[in-house]
Write a new protein. Sequence first.
Length: 192
Amino acid sequence: MKKNCDNVYASLFATFFKIGLFTFGGGWAMISIIRRKVVEKHAWLEETEFVDLLAVAQSMPGILAVNISTVIGDRLRGLRGSVCAALGTILPSFLIILAIAVFLTPDTIKNNAIVSRIFMGIRPAVVALIVAPVITTARSVGITWRTVAIPVAVALLIYSKLPVISNPIVFIVAGAAAGCIYYSRKQLTDHD
């Protein structure tokens, strides 16, 4: 049993290290890859459980990629699992930035045509990596063409930058309250 546990710790670290090493674009760009590894490849979580943990990770302060790896590691192996997964996510970026800082100066990066072309090529891929998990998450939580108005309306209200309405916390609280009311009423009608 202990050997199996050790394998999960190593597997958590290795999985999130690879994801952190080869993913550009931040947390949302990593979500589809994390989902594929955690839900499909390793079967550590069910799809609905992953979506729930994603919601928890988004509501936590900090970097989404680190938050989601931490909550997944915690779900699998508690504190040690969360540390392994978080270190796996953080370490590649740290090492890459350290190498850039040691070997390249800001002027070298800014004025290097090859580096500029690489980043210009990466940009469209990052957009695709961000859009893919949005679609996957929408499908897994049951958002259909009929219910798509809710997230679109919330996105437009956040984008409006009105002082109170553009605050995402307002929508998180409103969504939680609406969910409690809706499912409480649904339970009452199901019992009748």
